[in-house]
Design a protein around this ligand. Structure first.
Ligand SMILES: Nc1ncnc2c1ncn2[C@@H]1O[C@H](COP(=O)(O)OP(=O)(O)OP(=O)(O)O)[C@@H](O)[C@H]1O
Length: 234
């Protein structure tokens, strides 16, 4: 990871990325290009089925595009390097918890991780007071989302990828999580995909829309014709 951190501009770039699995009649991602700085929070907004999760899976190195390049600090990355670079928090991550305790959850697959590292990851998501022995299943919805973030942060990725991170939470938990994202974006690159942008848009540095696998400017600018109509109505 130090090697990935130590090269040139602090930017993740996608250039002409297309993904078209054989089972689909059309490309799920169609010629996607954008760049995201570090630290920075990028927001991609799109309806259900527009390709949001697929884009994050690709950036996490879980699927491989047929076309295009992903570069980090001007260096081309393959899917194995993407797995190092990015930490993906799935939608409803609490459904994938496996550990019986918070400590187990944070050490899954990495038994060498020290208790100090565990503590530090918990502190960075505002769970510093949580006992290591607590059961992940007995935490509140907001705490579970924070724990899922800590599971990724402990791996020290450069970019955090978050799929609908506030879905299914009540207003107060959403507000607390958004406050946490605001803090995390001072240190990490964050890319969030959602179909409910209202609250997240307030803290985003860059925003795009995605429709049928194509990236678009967002929020959509009203056309000149629509503006003329508004003026004539007034
Ligand atoms: N391997 C695949 N083969 C065929 N179709 C696929 C494959 N993976 C995804 N799709 C289809 O691609 C489209 C985009 O899926 P994706 O999960 O990325 O959308 P999404 O924007 O995240 O939707 P949601 O918000 O509902 O999760 C969907 O229609 C999905 O069924």
């Amino acid at each position: 990871m130090e090697r990935l951190r130590s090269l040139k501009p602090l930017t993740l770039q996608l250039d002409g990325i297309s993904y078209h699995p054989p089972a689909s009649s059309r490309p799920i991602l169609d010629n996607i290009s954008f760049d995201l700085g570090f630290p920075e929070l990028g927001l991609i907004v799109g309806p259900s089925g527009s390709g949001k999760t697929t884009l994050l899976e690709l950036l996490a190195g879980l699927i491989i595009p047929q076309q295009g390049r992903v570069t980090w600090r001007d260096q081309d990355l393959n899917y194995l390097q993407l797995r190092q670079l990015a930490g993906l928090v799935f939608q409803f991550p609490e459904r994938h918890f496996c550990g019986h305790t918070v400590l187990e959850e944070l050490r899954l697959g990495h038994p060498e991780i020290s208790r100090d590292q565990v503590k530090s990851a918990l502190v960075s998501v505002g769970l510093g007071d949580l006992p290591f022995s607590a059961s992940p299943y007995q935490l509140s919805g907001g705490q579970q989302r924070r724990l899922a973030l800590a599971v990724q942060l402990i791996r020290q990725p450069c970019i955090l990828l978050l799929d609908e991170p506030t879905a299914g939470l009540d207003w107060s938990m959403r507000r607390q999580l958004i406050q946490l994202f605001q803090e995390l974006k001072q240190t990490w690159g964050l890319l969030i995909v959602t179909h409910e942008p209202q609250e997240l848009a307030a803290i985003a540095d860059r925003q795009w829309g995605i429709v049928q696998g194509r990236l678009e400017p967002w929020p959509v600018q009203p056309s000149a014709q629509a503006l003329d109509q508004q003026i004539s109505i007034c």
